[in-house]
Design a protein around this ligand. Structure first.
Ligand SMILES: Cc1ncc(COP(=O)(O)O)c(C=O)c1O
Length: 477
């Protein structure tokens, strides 16, 4: 618990710096004063300051205290210059196939797919639950679940969602094959080929693939790394184009890890209501928010059924179970009809296994432990970036989850780094996949920091840093 205290204080300090309460070069309250104010011990405050220092946000000055780093800008994402683009078709990238084909190979050091940590996975409990269900119900493998999913699972979810402020009836929850298929169902229901969908950019590339499959056009709305989707630009876009749906991850996005404030979530909802456009809320990473209790989803504010809330256990319990869900908005019957046409549901055994796990209330303990580990691994990741990478790069400051977005000087091609790193047995995710305009993030890449920082992973970061430095010097000279 003590450990959690210093981590949460460190997080609060980071938040204050990012939101401009403390600016570059400014002195922070002394350790003693902060300890008194927060009613914490000096060692807790000191540990929190040291963590924030490791992130590069503050620096200790001899006999003078802690100051906000004067080169803070290097750690902030500057996406403000971006403009929304007009709707574009998604033209598929064979790079995704290459990445996915290699993502499961054991001979690669895996920094690419957004897979949770293997060393803290709840595999043992999940296996025990599965075996118990199989033993107690020998017909389970011959039974299909209800059309909208296992009642037991929907009951458990309804209970859990209440704690997030979502008052969903069990008839309004639809069990899906992961979050991806929940979003697919929404898009299939609300759009026709050629329609335009607005999405926060950079966007998780598999959502862009959904648009490709459904032959939709995408209009990308810039996302700010600390405040989320640019609402004035979204407003402008919704006035200019006939947009049929908006997709956003308002809490712990992927790849930036950003979260919107409650006020911004309310503004987003108000806009959506004014324009009468469905909002597809992708909440895949939100339970792993470093801020606990985790922030409320937009769906918790939704009184008119405008939000289609999509969740999953892929980032928290296991990606293999393929269990996701949707809290439906208005005209739910249309989505259920679409669901009946597509006939894709996760295996009943998996649904019951998740229901059992949630009912034992082990989930919350597992999440708390995972968050603690991910925060530590995040700080280690940033220290490694600071140690090995050139100084002129920018790194995201995720509010949760386990992915880090790295922006290089514009002249460096991260796709080239992807291929070169692959030869070294290192797999990263090139930035060009996260946009329909492949050139937009060509100088960026994403890494997963969920796994423990073993010696070979540390060496991989060293190699990446040196290679980037070489590319940087080559282009300059
Ligand atoms: C932001 C985001 N949304 C949705 C998904 C898909 O989740 P699922 O595996 O439940 O389909 C992912 C998976 O990586 C993701 O990162």
């Amino acid at each position: 618990m003590k450990q959690l205290l210093y981590l949460s204080l460190a997080q609060q300090i980071c938040k204050q710096i990012h939101s401009g309460v403390f600016t570059a070069g400014q002195r922070l309250p002394s350790v003693r004063v902060l300890a008194q104010q927060m009613n914490m011990s000096i060692s807790t405050v000191l540990r929190a300051y040291q963590l924030v220092e490791d992130k590069g946000l503050i620096e200790a000055r001899h006999k003078s205290g802690y100051y906000v780093s004067s080169d803070l800008i290097t750690l902030q994402m500057q996406l403000e210059e971006q403009k929304p683009i007009s709707p574009e078709w998604v033209t598929g990238s064979t790079l995704i196939v290459d990445l996915m084909a290699n993502a499961t190979k054991e001979n690669f050091l895996q920094f690419s797919t957004a897979q949770p940590a293997e060393d803290i996975a709840a595999n043992k409990e999940i296996k025990q639950n599965m075996l118990r269900i199989l033993r107690d119900n020998h017909l389970i493998l011959s039974i299909n679940s209800e059309l909208i999913g296992s009642l037991k699972l929907r009951q458990q979810l309804a209970y859990r969602l209440t704690r997030l402020g979502i008052l969903a009836s069990i008839e309004n929850i639809l069990i899906t094959t992961g979050c991806q298929s929940a979003m697919m169902l929404c898009l299939k229901t609300f759009t026709r080929p050629g329609d335009v969908v607005a999405i926060a950019t950079p966007a998780y590339y598999r959502i862009l693939q959904l648009m490709e499959v459904l032959q939709l056009k995408v209009v990308e709305i810039p996302t700010h790394s600390f405040s989320g989707i640019d609402i004035p630009l979204l407003q402008k876009t919704l006035s200019e184009w006939s947009v049929k749906a908006v997709i956003v991850s308002p809490t712990v996005g992927n790849p930036l890890g950003e979260s919107m404030s409650k006020e911004s979530k309310q503004q987003l909802l108000t806009l959506i209501e004014e324009k009468n456009i469905p909002l597809i809320e992708d909440d895949a990473f939100a339970d792993l928010s470093f801020e606990q209790p985790r922030p409320e989803p937009v769906k918790a504010l939704d009184k008119k059924g405008m939000v289609w809330y999509c969740g999953t256990v892929s980032k928290t319990i296991s990606p293999q179970l393929k269990v996701g869900w949707m809290v439906m908005g208005k005209h739910a019957d249309r989505v259920i009809y679409q669901h009946s046409l597509m006939g894709i549901t996760p295996p009943y055994l998996n649904q019951l296994t998740v229901a059992e796990y949630l009912s034992q209330d082990k989930y919350q303990k597992h999440i708390q432990h995972a968050i603690l580990i991910y925060q530590q691994r995040y700080f280690q990741a940033v220290s490694l970036v600071k140690k090995h990478f050139p100084k002129n790069i920018k790194v995201s400051s995720p509010t949760g989850g386990f992915v880090l977005w790295i922006e290089l000087p514009k002249h460096i091609n991260a796709t080239e780094i992807y291929f070169k790193a692959k030869q070294q047995g290192i797999l990263i995710t090139p930035g060009e996949l996260f946009s329909v305009q492949t050139s937009q993030y060509k100088h960026c890449f994403r890494i997963n920091f969920a796994q423990p920082w073993t010696e070979d992973r540390i060496k991989a970061m060293n190699w990446l840093g040196q290679y980037i430095e070489r590319l940087d010097n080559q282009t300059i000279s």
